[in-house]
Design a protein around this ligand. Structure first.
Ligand code: ADP
Ligand code: AMP
Length: 215
């Protein structure tokens, strides 16, 4: 199955994709994680996207589409995937439809005040794709990832000015995709509020039901 996890920054896409990846044995493909890895390794792509990402803007479509196309062509993605953070523009959505169409788009719905409180307390693992929260999802050992033991850090783009810009970009460039997928007929709205365990329990049931439908 090919699922897109959609929603504003802080909606819980990454958190839910980690759960779903382990439950359904599907690769979790996060464009944000791929870009952050390129930045850490100082590749040409990483050097190109760093200032864009730190400012909370979107990376241009072609660079993002090429990255995803290459990732989804890898053998582990042959029988399905969970896309997190892609597509974010109509151009990206059209490209995905052409090269590897998704089955379902899960729209995690979360109000702005909750998004802001989640982003301001987010802590990311420097070694894997797990994210934590100072209040809502604390690691067992302060500052250390439960899954891989790497140190946690605060993302540069979780600073206030950048968060504001990311929410604006989401509203103007990404939210129009809700209508795009509604018209396409594969959009599923999911309430993303509530504690992470409760959101995952309802999302898991929805994914099982969708899987049974075999869209
Ligand atoms: P996204 O990938 O959509 O940007 P994340 O999955 O990184 O969002 O979640 C953003 C922050 O909110 C993280 O700190 C995460 O631990 C926390 N979080 C995720 N889901 C929930 C939830 N249901 N309730 C409270 N906090 C959550
Ligand atoms: P995320 O981890 O999904 O919050 O993404 C972090 C940042 O990476 C975003 O704020 C963008 O700057 C960039 N990014 C991630 N995915 C995309 C995408 N699909 N299109 C453009 N930029 C992206």
């Amino acid at each position: 199955m090919r699922f897109v996890f959609f929603g504003p920054p802080g909606a819980g896409k990454g958190t839910m994709a980690v759960e779903a990846s382990s439950e359904f044995s599907l690769p979790h493909v996060s464009t944000g994680d791929l870009f952050r890895s390129a930045i850490r390794k100082r590749t040409p792509l990483g050097l190109y996207v760093k200032t864009i990402i730190d400012a909370g803007s979107l990376v241009p479509d072609q660079a993002t589409i090429d990255l995803v196309k290459e990732r989804l062509a890898q053998p582990d993605a042959r029988s399905g995937w969970l896309l997190d953070g892609f597509p974010r523009t109509i151009g990206q959505a059209q490209a995905l439809s052409d090269f590897c169409p998704e089955n379902w788009v899960i729209d995690l719905q979360v109000s702005d005040p909750v998004l802001i409180s989640r982003l301001s307390g987010r802590r990311m693992c420097s070694g894997c794709s797990h994210s934590y929260h100072m209040v809502f999802k604390q690691p067992k050992i302060d500052g250390v990832c439960d899954a891989c033991g790497s140190p946690l850090y605060i993302r540069d783009d979780d600073r206030e000015a950048s968060v504001r810009n990311r929410l604006l970009e989401y509203r103007s460039l990404t939210e129009p995709l809700v209508d795009y997928y509604r018209e396409k007929g594969n959009l599923v709205m999911v309430n993303g509020e509530g504690d992470p365990k409760a959101v995952w329990a309802s999302l898991k049931q929805i994914m099982l039901d969708l899987h049974a439908l075999k869209h």
